[in-house]
Design a protein around this ligand. Structure first.
Ligand code: PLP
Length: 379
């Protein structure tokens, strides 16, 4: 047990109550709670359609399927992300083409790098909004229009993050969100696919439940008795137990994100002056989700970063790395390219604790320990 963990669930009696109610209703698989969660999520984001799914990995896979991405196609994506962003490209047999990030101050994929990688085979771009800070969507959407590409936003880090008056996840053709335990909205496992395109939504709905033309809840409520398997689909449904957790979490989200914004301000106050640290997105204006709080060591190496992390660990502070770069993993070696900015960050980034219950004194403690432990690094 860490004195200050990396993340802490924002759960209370409300979540317990919500689950109990669902259990007692005796409808525990996909049903009315999923419908309610989809409706509330779509309203919250200002998007036409939302489809609840088992996890974001399923959402990303469905996105690739319904957009017709297939073997021989290329999809441009970051390497500084979680494996699921890229695995979905491989699920449909397409080739991931890794684009570099801007640098230590902006960990999102660089739009100019994307353009340089576009070929006749490019079918889509999957930007990932790192920590909830929006990618350069104006330029990414401009490229998509110019070269006739689809855009699938990996918005796992960013429920309610804003970009020029829009919520991230609602700008591209499809947006994918995760409700995994440590995300801003936690249901254990869970996710949501959103789109403004009715045709995409219909295809997603079909594929996420075996390709069946009616759902069991519709049949149980007497609206349908028969079904066809119209397409080769999957079972990527969410269940009502998790959906009821999601509904409760949604009602707490704005307050949770406000606290995170405050915590980020405290971190900036204590860490901005340290000349050995770069704080990514430091100058960013606009509301973001602050899913995680990354810092990057300047003029450093992986060994130095690891010594700093060990020091923080010894002081009861849990840290992490976001992310080990995908192009270095065994299964992705064959798609590897030179990505100097990504490689620097993957070797020198440290993710500090971030969750709504953190207090100012704890941020001060973490900051003091960073300075103290960095001195060890230099020795
Ligand atoms: C968590 C995460 C995913 C995967 O989400 P799951 O719901 O666990 O499948 C994908 N991409 C990013 C960037 C994530 O952080």
């Amino acid at each position: 047990m860490y004195q200050i963990p990396l993340f802490d669930l924002n759960y209370g009696k409300e979540e317990e109550q919500a689950v109990l109610e669902t259990l007692r209703s005796k409808w525990i698989s996909m049903g009315p709670k999923c419908v309610e969660l989809e409706k509330r999520f779509a309203e919250m984001l200002g998007v036409e359609y939302a489809c609840a799914v088992t996890n974001c990995t399923a959402a990303l896979h469905l996105a690739c399927c319904v957009l017709g991405i297939k073997e021989g196609d290329e999809v441009i994506c970051p390497s500084l992300t979680f494996a699921a962003t890229v695995n979905c490209i491989r699920y449909v047999g397409a080739v991931p083409v890794f684009a570099d990030i801007y640098g230590n101050d902006n960990l999102c994929v660089d739009a100019e790098q994307i353009e340089a990688l576009i070929t006749d085979r490019t079918k889509a771009i999957i930007p990932m909004h790192y920590a909830g800070f929006p990618c350069d969507m104006d330029n990414i959407m401009m490229l998509a229009r110019k070269y006739h590409l689809y855009v699938i936003e990996d918005a796992c880090h960013g429920p309610l993050s804003e970009y020029h008056g829009h919520n991230i996840g609602t700008i591209g053709d499809i947006g994918c969100f995760s409700f995994f335990s440590n995300k801003n909205i936690s249901t254990g496992e869970g996710g949501m696919l959103v789109t403004n395109n009715e045709e995409i939504y219909r295809k997603v709905k079909l594929l996420c439940s075996h390709g069946m033309t009616t759902m069991s809840y519709q049949r149980a409520s007497g609206h349908a008795t028969n079904y066809d398997i119209a397409e080769l689909g999957y079972n990527y449904r969410l269940d009502d137990i998790r959906a009821s957790l999601g509904i409760t979490q949604l009602s707490k989200l704005k307050e949770d994100l406000k606290k995170r914004a405050q915590i980020r301000e405290w971190y900036l106050r204590y860490l901005s002056e340290l000349d050995f640290l770069e704080i990514p997105f430091k100058e960013h204006q606009g509301f973001v989700s602050n899913y995680i709080f990354p810092v990057v060591l300047k003029g450093s190496r992986a060994e130095m970063r690891d010594v700093l992390r060990e020091g923080l660990h010894d002081n009861g502070i849990q840290t992490s790395i976001h992310y080990p770069a995908i192009h270095r993993f065994s299964v992705y070696k064959e798609f590897s390219r030179k990505l100097p900015n990504t490689e620097y960050v993957t070797d020198n980034e440290v993710t500090l604790p971030m969750y709504a219950r953190l207090e100012k004194e704890q941020i001060e403690y973490i900051s003091d320990k960073i300075v103290e432990c960095y001195e060890k690094v230099l020795r």
